[in-house]
Design a binder for this molecule. Structure first.
Ligand code: HEM
Length: 254
């Protein structure tokens, strides 16, 4: 993770318009898979002084991925009028000097963000063609499938809402399972192979994270079976689910 700080000086009379522009621009940040979090704050003791904090998965993800990606044009169109008002724009790395923080990290953050989930699904779907139960299910899999599942998992685990913004959201995911008649042995193999791959992909192995990961995969895979049944109805419009730590929040020692 890398933190970008952008400091603005906005003249009197322009504050409401500036904040409204960022409210619109923030939709592009929320949809960008490279953006983990963002926050615009203004100084109470120095009117007109604003700081925008954006947490990117890496500086390259910001400079190449986001700026070269589909969200940038809409983002920049909103903030372009304020480029002249920038006083500082830099990427910062966290140091070891930090308080405990008030917020519990998301599963996405704890897992290692988009890069870790992409490692997981790449390694998993590379194994699937060799698996006696899963090979036939995924015989027609598209080359983008591993990346799409990583983006889905990222959104479920509290990362950017990029599957909703760019991949058809919940309804599309459900439709990809329709009519596939996934069997219980196939489902169970899918879950156990993915959990085994989490070790190879270097995902955190602490009990709390693994319990949350297993909990989601167990729940989600059972729903995939339900929606894959030949007689399953269509899923209603729903948001992509969000999955949290459950009753075992992250163990941070002491
Ligand atoms: C938590 C459980 C699961 C999650 C999160 C999940 C996620 C997804 C997603 C996001 C897609 C759509 C990808 C896209 O946008 O292109 C998809 C498609 C698919 N899923 Fe799942 N899935 C789950 C369980 C399963 C299981 C248990 C099976 C079978 C054993 C399965 C088989 C498939 C197949 C065959 C496709 C279509 C692949 C393609 O043609 O590209 N899924 N899944």
């Amino acid at each position: 993770m890398i933190i970008e700080y952008i400091r603005y000086r906005i003249p009197d009379g322009g504050h409401a318009e500036f904040e409204a522009a960022y409210r619109r621009a923030a939709k592009s940040l929320a949809a960008a898979e490279q953006c983990h979090d963002y926050e615009l704050a203004h100084a109470v003791d120095e009117p007109g002084s604003y700081v925008l904090r954006i947490v990117w998965t890496s500086a390259d993800a910001h400079l190449q991925g986001f700026r070269g990606g589909p969200q940038f044009a809409a983002f920049f169109a909103e903030i372009r009028p304020y480029v002249e008002n920038i006083e500082e724009m830099r990427h910062y790395e966290r140091t070891e000097v930090a308080g405990p923080g008030g917020a519990v990290p998301t599963l996405y953050e704890w897992a290692g963000g988009a890069a870790a989930l992409a490692r997981l699904t790449e390694a998993f779907y590379a194994k699937v063609p060799e698996d006696d139960l899963l090979a036939e299910v995924f015989a027609g899999m598209s080359p983008e499938h591993p990346a799409h599942v990583a983006i889905w998992l990222g959104e479920v685990f509290g990362g950017p809402a990029a599957y909703t913004a760019g991949h058809g959201g919940h309804a599309h995911m459900i439709s990809r399972h329709s009519g596939r008649a996934i069997t219980e042995p196939q489902r169970r193999r899918w879950v156990s192979l993915l959990l085994a791959t989490a070790d190879e992909a270097g995902l955190p192995a602490d009990p709390e994270f693994r319990a949350a990961l297993a909990g989601y995969l167990e729940w989600g895979s059972r729903l995939a079976v339900v929606f894959s049944a030949p007689d399953a109805g269509r899923a209603g419009e729903q948001p992509v689910p969000r999955w949290g730590w459950g009753s075992a929040p992250p163990w941070t020692g002491n």
